[in-house]
Each structure stands twice: as C-alpha cells, then as structure tokens.
Design a protein around this ligand. Structure first.
Ligand code: NAP
Length: 293
C-alpha cells in the first residue's frame, strides 16, 4: 500500500487589487499559493491563468484553504467577508493584510476564535512598487500560537515581518505610521505651494524637500517629484488615506485623545476627494493648495 502523502498546506488569497495582486504574485512565484478569489471574478481568472493557481469563489476558497489571506479595501469589505466564511474557519488561520479599524479587527478575531480559527492583523508599510519588489514591511498582531507559520509565509512577499503583540497591535502600529504620512504629505504640499507661489522654481523647492531639509525622508523623495510633475498616478489612493485618517479619528475618540493635526489633514483629503481625486495618488492634495492665491 502506498503511504498517504503528507498534507500540503493550502494558502488562498482574497482581494486582487493594487496591493493584493503583487502580494499574491510573490506567493505564487514562491510556490506558496493555491487559490485566489476576487469580488470581480474576471481578475481572479486572469491571475489564475497567469500564475497557474486556481480561481475560486470566496466561500469556496475559505473552505479549501488552511490559511486564508485577505487584502481588501476597508472595514465593511473585511467584515462582510469574514462573517460570511466563519463556518469554514475551524482549524484555519486567517491573515488580514488590509488596513482596517483595530477595534473591528479585534472583534473579528474573537469571532474567528469562537469559530475555532485564529486570526492575525498584518497590515503593510509600503506601496505596490514595494510589494512588487518584495520590500513590504508587515506589522503583525495576533496570538503567539501560529505566529511563526504566518511570519514564514509572509516573508515570501516582505523584506520584514515585525511582530507587535496581540490582535490589533499590527493595525495600531499601522495607524501610527499613516497618521504621520498623511499629515506629512499634506504639509509637504503646503510647503511646496508656498515656495512656488513665492517665486522659487519647482526644482528648487523639490531640492529643499528631498536633499536639504532636516525632515527629508523616503516619503519626500517619493512624493516631491510627483508634486513637481503633477503626476498623480496612484501609489496610494486619496480615498485610502482619507479612510485611514478616519480610522485614526475613530480610535482617538474611543481613547479620548485629541488628534488635531491628522484631523485637519483628513478634511483636506476629503476636499481633494470631492475635487475628483479619490482614485488618484494622495499627493494630489497639492491641487487643493494650488487653487489658493
Ligand atoms: N495601495 C497601497 O499603496 C497600500 C499600501 C498599504 C496599505 N494599503 C491598504 O491595503 C488595502 C488594499 O489596498 P489596495 O490599494 O490594494 O486597494 P484596491 O486596489 O482598491 O483593492 C481593493 C480590493 O478589495 C476588493 N473589495 C473592495 N470592496 C469589496 C467588498 N465589499 N467585498 C469584497 N471585495 C471587495 C476589491 O475587489 P474588486 O477588484 O472587485 O474591486 C479589490 O480586490 C487597503 O486597506 C489599503 O488601505 C494599500
């Protein structure tokens, strides 16, 4: 009699958007991905054909996978998906890489635990370009029990996986980062506008922000050239930055904190969104400033 073959861990990924696609591509190239699913199913079929994995319907994917990775847009997308597949998560690992409210993630982790599974929050620092180059940094939160397995898996798409503690701590770390990035890019656009309107050339202002300023940073290197060229091709959409700063506001309210800097930046991103920039890069906030005299 042939010995039965050992069970090979099956990994499925739901959400083939700007971030989910390259993450799934990295996992597939490493031979770690079996299934993909996406709300718009044609994307999943296209991915499956390109990377030789199987495209399934979302619930089917949850039923077939040992590890389910989600990379979805926001709270409602993740909440709806997780609650629709709870029945399939007994003995499974759910790794949510989306940026959503930590409070919601903690609540969902309890529900997954109740269903016999274990959940991790694993939001990422870095854009789709970082994802393509496997240079994302994953901020991991969740129980110790499957931590090593999750870290080993995510290392196929990230340069670092940093563990912060229990459920929600990956997402709180992500909020710390995005509060800074959101307010910083708003200030960058404000400073850029001041310099140009005062008569400096765009190249001079860019040089100050990327080379001479004591607050130059990887973000100013990435975004100042976009302000100079007014190239708002999307690295991170305005609607997502608006969403993240709304999450900051919600969590701050819950914690009884005041967050005036990010609150003001949020209003500006809302204005940018209302001016038709929702899908454009969030550096398009510069357009709001350009209109000022
Ligand atoms: N882009 C970045 O640079 C970046 C960086 C760090 C973190 N993030 C975070 O990563 C997450 C994904 O970002 P992204 O840029 O990849 O977003 P995206 O391109 O808009 O992709 C969103 C994905 O979620 C799916 N989706 C949206 N609503 C859904 C719903 N109600 N039910 C089921 N599926 C739904 C979309 O499906 P369809 O294809 O059918 O629309 C798509 O697969 C966000 O939380 C974002 O804040 C993004």
């Amino acid at each position: 009699m042939r010995p039965s073959s050992p069970h090979v861990m099956k990994v499925g990924l739901v959400g083939l958007g700007v971030m989910g696609w390259p993450i799934a591509a990295n996992l597939a190239s490493a031979g770690k991905l079996s299934y993909v699913a996406n709300r718009t199913q044609s994307k999943a079929r296209e991915f499956a054909t390109t990377f030789k994995v199987e495209a399934l319907e979302m619930r089917e994917l949850a039923a077939e996978s040992d590890v389910v990775i989600t990379m979805l847009s926001d709270d409602s997308a993740v909440r709806d998906f997780v609650r629709s597949v709870l029945a399939y998560l007994k003995g499974k690992i759910l790794v949510d890489m989306s940026t959503i409210s930590p409070s919601l993630s903690i609540q969902l982790a309890e529900e997954v635990r109740g269903a016999g599974g274990v959940m991790y929050d694993a939001p990422v620092v870095g854009t789709s370009i970082f994802a393509q180059q496997r240079k994302l940094v994953v901020l991991l939160g969740g129980p110790e029990e499957k931590r090593e397995l999750v870290e080993d898996l995510l290392k196929h798409t990230a340069s670092a996986v940093v563990y912060f503690g229990g459920n929600g701590s990956g997402l709180y770390s992500k909020l710390v980062n995005n509060l800074m990035v959101g307010t910083y890019v708003a200030a960058l656009a404000e400073a850029f506008n001041l310099g140009v309107k005062a008569g400096l050339s765009k190249e001079q202002v860019e040089r100050i922000l990327t080379q001479l300023s004591s607050v130059r940073s990887p973000t100013s290197e990435l975004k100042a050239p976009k302000l100079r060229t007014e190239d708002y091709s999307t690295q991170f959409a305005t609607k997502h930055m608006r969403k993240d700063l709304e999450i900051v506001q919600g969590e701050a309210q819950r914690l009884g904190l005041f967050v005036p800097m990010s609150s003001l930046a949020l209003q500006l991103y809302r204005l940018a969104e209302a001016s038709g920039m929702a899908e454009r890069d969030f550096s398009s906030i510069y357009e709001i400033y350009k209109k000022s005299k």
